[in-house]
Design a protein around this ligand. Structure first.
Ligand code: ACM
Ligand code: ZN
Length: 540
């Protein structure tokens, strides 16, 4: 391969060789490859010609539209590294004529596109983007990024005759589901703020919009709570030899990540696990357990994932503590949903605890499951008073809870249908196929791509309770960044398409062609994706 007068370093040459290894080069520079947008837009129609982005291209927004300006600046920054262009974002009235332009507007757009939809017209001299909401402008900008040649993702500047063209076309696009998520477990293995931001970038690129941040568990408490400093002083550190794996986010860092995500149209949903999976909290404040402790943080050993020690549901001090914690959480996270765990709660401590038994009696509760329902009810009312909604793992239904409680479905016997029929909003994250800690032999990319969130026998009203789905990455088995990348990619792209694109457009064969193109982009972005064995692509 001849790099001509491209000003590239050996590292990027390797990347380019790898990236374009399969394209035949008629002239010095390769022509743009196949169009590969993931998730596939709802409607895309090719027109003749191309739009060429050059250093004199301008981004145009309506006067005073700060949100569109932010999207424009973001796109300008995303294309600046590879191109070296500093594309200005100008208000429409300031535009000089005869430059090529990309216009981002929210005025006069087709409202039926909804809060995340957009239209794009790529014409030879200009690109016109219209979306009723800035979220749609952002998604349009990520589509444009994917329509540019893949070298746009180069971390190093490409000079010479690089061709930054986009084929002319019309796109009309909107998502199928409103909850398109990824869960990151930062308790079992702490992830740095910058790593979380990197996954947020990748989520935005593939139009995913919900980051479920699993901040607390038996292996670590990862969020600073001002009123309870022991939670991070004690609770953020693994016991024994895992000590070096500790870590937590300060409230300033949390705010920084939440704002970073918002710029990429990702909403961050915090999870504070209770009453189970709470050894880190109880090691910090043992008086909140039924026994009074001592409690130690448990290094995650395969097969030992559920621990007896839980918050005492008969102790009023526990309710005070949980409400104080949630008060700070609500201040940090604008998310309408606050996740409070509720999975895998052993009842042995409650059975033996005089306080818990007294509470069961005084509240007229049937048993320990009803006690969990009582606790959920109190947390629900507390969050409602703060203008938020409670969401919990599907085990939350072990106790009686009101139908306004949202449910994250992962493994419940009886499946999804009875949950939506009982009127709960549901987010799907079934272990099969959306647990991304599982191997690709179990949950292959193909299997993820075949996942259909809506069961056949639901009425439209029942279907409306299915908010969407998310992949869950539990971090107990894979504890380094390379491995985490591979667990998440490329199968996250399959999920992105399931959740965004119309079901009628889904074709595994056609997707695999686009996926191969996307892998070249992932390479340039430094994402280490899993090379699946042929066998793991089988449809089980
Ligand atoms: C879970 O996997 N325990 C929600
Ligand atoms: Zn108790």
């Amino acid at each position: 391969m001849n790099f001509g007068n491209w000003n590239v370093t050996p590292a990027i040459k390797i990347a380019i060789l790898f990236t374009w290894g399969s394209l035949s080069l008629g002239s010095e520079l390769p022509s743009p490859g196949l169009i590969s947008v993931v998730p596939k837009p709802a409607k895309m129609e090719r027109l003749g010609g191309t739009f060429n982005m050059t250093r004199s291209t301008v981004l145009l927004v309506d006067p005073g539209d700060a949100a569109a300006k932010q999207v424009g600046r973001h796109l300008a920054e995303q294309v600046s590294r590879a191109t070296g262009f500093a594309l200005p974002v100008l208000e429409r009235s300031q535009a000089a004529r005869r430059t090529t332009s990309i216009t981002l507007t929210t005025t006069g757009c087709d409202l039926s596109l909804g809060g995340e939809g957009y239209q794009v017209d790529v014409l030879p001299g200009r690109i016109q983007v219209c979306a009723p909401d800035p979220k749609g402008l952002f998604y349009a900008s990520q589509t444009l990024r994917q329509l540019l040649p893949e070298l746009i993702e180069s971390p190093l500047k490409i000079t010479g005759n690089a061709d930054w063209s986009i084929p002319c076309m019309k796109i009309r696009d909107a998502p199928r589901f409103s909850w398109r998520g990824l869960m990151l477990d930062v308790s079992r293995t702490f992830m740095s703020k910058n790593l979380v931001k990197r996954y947020i970038d990748l989520m935005g690129f593939y139009k995913l919009n919900r980051l479920h941040w699993h901040l607390t568990d038996d292996q670590g408490w990862r969020i600073e709570i001002r009123k309870y400093p022991e939670l991070t002083r004690v609770g953020s550190k693994y016991a024994e030899k895992f000590n070096e794996m500790g870590g937590y986010y300060t409230q300033a860092e949390i705010r920084e990540v939440v704002a970073y995500a918002a710029d990429r149209k990702v909403l961050v949903i915090p999870e504070i696990e209770l009453p189970g999976h709470s050894l880190a909290a109880l090691a910090s404040y043992p008086n909140l357990s039924c026994t009074g402790g001592p409690v130690s943080i448990h290094p995650f050993l395969q097969g030992v994932n559920i621990h007896e020690e839980v918050f005492c549901a008969g102790n009023e001090k526990v309710y005070e503590f949980l409400q104080d914690v949630l008060t700070e959480v609500v201040e940090l996270f604008p998310s309408p949903f606050i996740h409070i765990g509720e999975d895998e709660v052993p009842k042995s401590r409650w059975k033996a605890c005089p306080k818990c038994q007294a509470r069961i009696k005084s509240e007229g509760l049937k048993d320990e499951s009803a006690l969990q329902g009582y606790l959920v009810g109190r947390m629900n009312r507390f969050l409602q008073n703060k203008g938020r909604r409670l969401i919990g793992w599907d085990d939350i239904l072990d106790g009686t809870v009101t139908s306004d409680v949202a449910v994250m479905y992962w493994t419940r016997e009886g499946g999804l249908v009875p949950i939506v029929r009982a009127g709960h909003d549901v987010v799907l994250s079934p272990t099969d196929p959306l647990y991304f800690d599982y191997t690709y032999e179990v949950n292959s990319t193909r299997r993820v791509y075949a996942f259909e969130p809506v069961p056949e026998d639901l009425s439209p009203a029942e279907v409306s309770h299915i908010l969407g789905a998310q992949a869950n990455f539990w971090s107990h088995l894979v504890r380094n960044e390379d491995g985490t990348d591979r667990q998440i990619f490329p199968r996250l792209l399959a999920l992105a398409e399931v959740l965004w694109s119309p079901a009628s457009l889904r074709s595994w064969e056609e997707f695999t062609v686009r996926l191969e193109e996307q892998k070249k982009r992932l390479d340039l972005m430094g994402v280490r994706w899993m090379r699946e064995l042929q066998d793991s692509s089988r449809s089980r």
